[in-house]
Design a protein around this ligand. Sequence first.
Ligand code: SF4
Ligand code: SF4
Length: 166
Amino acid sequence: MNTLLTTGVPSAQDIAGVTPPDERRKRGPYATIECFQPIPCDPCHHSCRFGAIQEFEDINDIPKIDWSKCTGCAVCVAACPGLAIFVVDETYGEEECLIAIPYEFVPLPEKGQPVRLTDRAGIVVGDGTVQRVVSGRKPAGTSVVWVSAPKRLATVVRGFIPRKED
Ligand code: SF4
Ligand code: SF4
């Protein structure tokens, strides 16, 4: 069954297809493009000045990334109108990873703010902390919030709910 069509949440197989191999994950931050359906959209390709997101032959193509060219800069995260791109850095710390998440709510959270981490279905899966906030430049740019999370959740966390400081 295609869980993406029935629940809006990609399957483990979908996710595996957009996650780099272990060897790349250990080398530094990488983008993961969770855009699974053909739609007429390509700002991700045009936003990447490193040429990591392949040129589209057709505007409906599903984006393809070359992780050997990706620096993890997260410019594509801000450029994607579908909020479908994330950057994950599994080299951030011994116990923690860093995840760049597109964020369209206001007010923006602040650096140091604790958050409840959520998965792709919006289920709370753990606790994290805001490490960096990059305010979007309207109309084209979405704000990007970098949160630290337990490393075991690197491929799970794709959202968060801000908490008041304890
Ligand atoms: S994170 Fe930066 S280098 Fe990597 S694909 Fe996105 S824009 Fe390109
Ligand atoms: S910009 Fe975002 S929604 Fe559009 S094709 Fe690229 S990844 Fe998909």
